[in-house]
Each structure stands twice: as structure tokens, then as C-alpha cells.
Design a protein around this ligand. Structure first.
Ligand code: ZN
Length: 316
């Protein structure tokens, strides 16, 4: 079978205040705001993309910020934690930096042999930084974070499910994944073992269902190389009985969506064309980009969105 799934493409979360959202991900975590656009399905809401220098697939955390949104509740049927990858000697740097900016670290622990920090953003979104020596990606940084300590992209994601069985079957039989390891109720699946692909299923048979709102992951997208492999995936998932959407044009990639058996919204997104199609690389994320089909309503859209800025000097 062709390598039709290559790992995690992006993870999209619902958040509250857009300015605080930028301050946290671009400022404190030092990700690059590679695209400032709108939710294509709700043009009065921003869609921010944070990633490495170019927003390569596997590095992109995206948010739909709703000002004043109430907090969700982490639980079953959700991606409860998004893990980013950092260098093996970067834990102390991040512990100090997060504390300096008032982020409360809830845990410092070792999982599958890797030290990690666990904390939440201002909306309660679950984040982990996993130290490892296996990640050759460069990451993106600015003055406040020396490059060796920069976040390199995703490490993986944790799905909380009552039972792992049906989702495991989907991963193993249809998404190219393999079972790698188990620690307690946590089951780990990957492709070739590199950061940026890990899916952990945390099995909690009596867990409460999550409530999706600010601080919740909205969906997780897997990478597929191109539109052809995407269509193959769409057809094979439809044959399996999944309700898969038509292909949607997200400007920077094409997408299909379905719910995995545990209820989590999953997307399969193409690696191409990427974020440099409507802005040059040096200026990614600096102005509001709109898809061609709503460009005519730019004035109206701009006036409905709260203004946001990013001041990197505040995060040195
Ligand atoms: Zn998406």
C-alpha cells in the first residue's frame, strides 16, 4: 500500500480571546504565526495558524478564537492534549520560561522514556512539551528562544476514549499506523517512530465525555501527500462505512473530514500547496488573508474582526 498517511498535519483548537491566543502561541511558545485568515465556514471568526518558519505539515497548531467563549471540559471523545517536540536538553529552559510568563506547569514527568512538561493555555487547552533526541526539524524562533530550544513541531496527540478497540483498528488497518508501546492505560501508535506522528489513546472506560468549547481541540488532521492519495483515502473510508465529506478547498491544503469511531472529528489534509501561496515567506502571517471567494467582502469582514497585533519584544 502507498504511504497515504504521513503523520499529523495540523491540530485545530477552539479558543477565547484572539489577542491572548496570539500572545500565548507566538509569544510564550514562540511559534510563528504563519497565517492570519478567517474560518472559511464562519467568516466572522479568525483562523490563526501557528507553526515553523513555513508552517510545514506536522508543525501547525491552528485556532478559531471566539472572544468571550466559555471554557470546555476535557474528556472522552476528544483530543485532550497536544504534544510539541523540543530538544532533549530543553526541559529546564522551558520550565523556567513558562514560569516566567506565569504559565502553571501541572506536571513534569517521564513517559515512554521521555521527560515532558504538561500545562494549559489561557483557555485550558492541554499542552505538553516532550524532550527527545530524535527530532531533526529546525523549528522557528525569535530573540527570546535560542534555536536549540525552539519547538520543532508536533510530537503527537492524546485521544481520550472509553475503549481503544475500534479506533485502534482504524489506525492499524487503514491509516498505516503500528502499535508501538503501552504505559498503563495509554497505548501508543506511530508510523516510523519519528516525532510528529504519535497518536496515544488514553483508555478510560468510565471517563466523562468532554464538552467542546474554548480550550478544546476541534479536530485533528492527518497528512496525506496530495489530492490523489486523498481521494484514495476518501474512497476507502467510504467503503468502510465512514461518513466522509466531499473534498473542501482550504486554500493552503485540501481537506476531507470524518468522525473516527470514538467520536473525534478527524481530517485528512494534503501536504500541498502550503502557506506561501498568498504571501511571501518573509511576511507570512502579517496581514489578513482571505480566500478569493470572499475577497469582495474584505471591508465588511475586517470591520467585524477585533484588531490583533504581535509584539515579539514583550516575549524576549
Ligand atoms: Zn483542519
Amino acid at each position: 500500500m502507498s504511504p497515504s498517511i504521513l503523520g499529523i498535519h495540523h491540530i485545530t483548537a477552539i479558543s477565547g480571546d484572539p489577542q491572548k491566543n496570539i500572545n500565548f502561541y507566538a509569544g510564550i511558545l514562540g511559534l510563528r504565526l504563519v497565517k492570519k485568515t478567517i474560518n472559511f465556514d464562519a467568516p466572522d471568526v479568525y483562523h490563526f495558524y501557528f507553526g515553523d518558519a513555513l508552517g510545514h505539515p506536522g508543525t501547525v497548531f491552528t485556532t478559531f478564537p471566539f472572544p468571550g467563549a466559555r471554557r470546555g471540559l476535557k474528556g472522552i471523545g476528544e483530543v485532550t492534549h497536544t504534544a510539541f517536540s523540543i530538544g532533549k536538553d530543553s526541559i529546564d529552559f522551558w520550565e523556567e520560561r513558562l514560569k516566567r510568563f506565569g504559565v502553571i506547569i501541572s506536571d513534569r514527568l517521564t513517559r515512554f522514556g521521555h521527560p515532558l512538561l504538561r500545562f494549559e493555555d489561557q483557555d485550558g487547552m492541554g499542552i505538553e512539551l516532550v524532550a527527545n533526541a530524535e527530532d531533526e526539524r529546525m523549528g522557528w524562533t525569535f530573540e527570546g528562544i535560542p534555536l536549540p530550544h525552539a519547538i520543532k513541531g508536533f510530537y503527537g496527540a492524546t485521544m481520550a476514549l472509553r475503549s481503544k478497540d475500534l479506533t485502534e483498528n482504524l489506525l492499524l488497518e487503514h491509516l498505516n499506523y503500528h502499535f508501538f508501546d503501552q504505559e498503563g492505560y495509554r497505548f501508543r501508535y506511530g508510523l516510523d517512530g519519528k516525532p510528529g506522528q504519535w497518536i496515544d489513546i488514553l483508555q478510560e472506560p468510565k471517563g466523562q465525555r468532554g464538552i467542546q468549547s474554548a480550550g478544546s481541540v476541534h479536530h485533528l488532521a492527518f497528512r496525506t501527500p496530495n489530492e490523489m492519495t486523498q481521494l484514495e483515502m476518501q474512497q476507502s473510508l467510504i467503503k468502510l462505512g465512514f461518513g466522509v465529506t466531499e473534498v473542501r478547498d482550504r486554500n493552503y491544503f485540501k481537506s476531507i473530514y470524518f468522525r473516527e469511531p470514538g467520536g473525534i472529528l478527524v481530517e485528512i489534509a494534503t501536504d500541498v500547496p502550503g502557506f506561501a501561496i498568498d504571501e511571501d515567506e518573509a511576511h507570512l502571517g502579517t496581514s489578513l488573508r482571505l480566500p478569493a471567494w470572499v475577497e469582495g467582502k474584505r471591508k465588511q469582514i475586517e470591520s467585524s474582526l477585533p484588531p490583533v497585533t504581535f509584539q515579539p519584544e514583550n516575549y524576549v
